[in-house]
Ligand binder design. Structure first.
Ligand SMILES: Nc1ncnc2c1ncn2[C@@H]1O[C@H](COP(=O)(O)OP(=O)(O)OP(=O)(O)O)[C@@H](O)[C@H]1O
Ligand SMILES: [Mg+2]
Length: 225
């Protein structure tokens, strides 16, 4: 369970303060499918980064299954991310010096899984997202949709309980977007917590719960019944 209590994030640049989150109270149960919407600059990515342990609150609390993430040092945060969170991000998601195959293999290396088993898992994940023929390519040699699918393949092998996606269909055409959403929703159907940030109301409507934030505050929180 994800629990934020009065969570605040203030970015500081010299003496200037940029408040990005202004007191977020939010509980997301394990296995929920949530969409976060809001205007540009409202704090969506900041919130997602905090939930994923990529960034930390400047005030308030973040608990994950009773673990106090807001109090973790950088090493503990690194371990938290590795064990619990997969990111499917539009940019910065993939390592450009590595091939598609290696990008998907990296989390398995980190887990100490042996080579033969790694190969099986990587190929199976690439097949599931339909980019097995592109395994030798670098991410920069893939289309936006293929990059997203590569990031999803990595999330598949990571097998973490939480999957976070920031604008997963952002720069994709309609059909590639649908394919990416189907893959993400497949992860949710496996029981994972799926949280997506999107500008697109049609995409948000897929989720079981829509949270709207404006100026770093939750202004609406609607669950489908
Ligand atoms: N590293 C940073 N330093 C200073 N201010 C930042 C930083 N990152 C984000 N901000 C500010 O925090 C606020 C929230 O940013 P955030 O990226 O969370 O918005 P967003 O809702 O994801 O927007 P978008 O839809 O454009 O991606 C913005 O006002 C932004 O300028
Ligand atoms: Mg953003």
């Amino acid at each position: 369970m994800i629990q934020l209590k009065e969570a605040k994030k203030i970015y500081k640049n010299g003496r200037t303060e940029y408040p990005a989150l202004n007191g977020i109270d939010l509980t997301i149960e394990n296995g929920e499918y949530v969409a976060i919407i809001g205007t540009s600059g409202s704090g969506k990515s900041t919130l997602l980064n905090i939930i994923g342990g990529m960034d930390q609150t400047t005030d308030g609390q973040y608990l994950y299954d009773e673990k106090n993430v807001s109090k973790m040092n950088s090493h503990a945060l690194h371990l938290f991310r590795k064990e619990y969170v997969s990111f499917v991000f539009q940019r910065f998601a993939l390592l450009n010096q590595y091939s598609v195959y290696e990008n998907v293999e990296v989390p398995l290396l980190a887990k100490g899984i042996e080579k033969k088993e790694r190969k099986k898992k990587v190929l199976s994940a690439l097949m599931q997202v339909g980019i097995q023929d592109l395994y030798k390519k670098k991410p920069s040699e893939l289309s936006g949709g293929e990059q997203q699918r590569c990031a999803i393949a990595r999330a598949l092998v990571m097998d973490t309980p939480v999957v976070l996606a920031d604008e997963p269909t952002g720069s994709l055409d309609k059909n590639s977007g649908i394919k990416v959403m189907e893959l993400l929703e497949g992860l949710h159907e496996q029981g994972k917590t799926l949280i997506i940030v999107t500008h697109d109301m049609d995409i948000a409507e897929h989720a079981d719960r829509i949270i709207q934030i404006e100026d770093g505050k939750i202004v609406a929180d609607t669950k489908k019944n």
